[in-house]
Ligand binder design. Sequence first.
Ligand SMILES: [Zn+2]
Ligand SMILES: [Zn+2]
Length: 288
Amino acid sequence: MQVQFYGVRGSIPISGENITKYGGNSSCIRIQSKDGTPLILDCGTGARPAGVDVLQQGQKNVEVLFTHFHMDHLFGFPFFAPLYIPGNTVRVNVPAYSAVDAQNKLSRYLNGLYHPVRIRDLAAEVQFHGVRVGQNLHRDPYTIKTVSLNHPGGSCGYRVEADGFSVAYLTDTAPLSKPSEGLSGDKEPLRAERRLLSIMNDADLVIMDTMFSYDEYLQKITWGHAYPEYAVKLANMAGVKKLMLFHHSPTADDDEMDRLADYWASQDGERFTKVRVAREGQVIDLSE
Ligand SMILES: [Zn+2]
Ligand SMILES: [Zn+2]
C-alpha cells in the first residue's frame, strides 16, 4: 500500500520561494492499495495534481473521503480531473446523515455562484455516500473505520486497512482533552481519547494535524488544531510505527519545518514511534 501527499498545508494554500521543499497545497492525500481503486483523502488544492495522476494512470473509479468541509479541504474538489471524464465513477464519501445530505453539502459550493460548475454538470457518474461517524465503511479492498475528532463544526478521522497495512488520517483536530485533563495532563486517557487510540492501534502510519506549537495551541485552544507532542504521545501509546506531522501552518517556512523535522528525527530511539514531517510530493510505500 502506498500513501502519497499532494497537499500538506492547513488553513490556506500558500506559495513562495521559502516553502518549495514542503509545499503550499492544502490537504490532499492518496492511498493506493496494490490492485484497488485510488482513495483520495480530502480535496484541498492538492486534489488538482492528484486528479492529473489518477487520469494519467488510467484509473476509472475513484473513492473520495472528506474529513469535513472547511475550504482548505474542499477547494480543489471541482479541479479534480476525473470528475470531468464520461464513464468514470467517483464515489464521494462525506460525513453526513444521508446521500442526499452529502450531495447537498457539496452543492452549496458547486452551485454556479462560488464555482462555475454545478454538481449536475459533472460528466463522471458521481455517487454520494453519507458517512456516519463511528460506523465502518467497506470500499473493496479497503476497510475503513471512522472516529469523531475535536474541531469546530466537527471532523471525521479515518483508519484505512488494505494489503495487510493500516493508515490513520486524523485531521483537523485539537487534543481531545483540555490541558490539565486526560492525556494532555499526563493522566488516564478520556473516553474520546480511548476511541482515538483504538483507531490508531498498531497502525503502520498515522497522519495527524499538528499545526500549532504547544504555546500557540494554548493561545488558540478552540481553533481545533493539535501540536506535535500530543500526537506523539498518542501514537507512541497506540504502538504506531510512523507518525507524520501534517496540516502545517501557512506561516511556517521550510527552515522552520526543517527544524521541526530535525528535532523529531533526533528523538528516534527515545520511543517506539518514528516521527516525521509530511512533505508535498512525498510517497510512502508501506511494503518497504
Ligand atoms: Zn484544515
Ligand atoms: Zn478545519
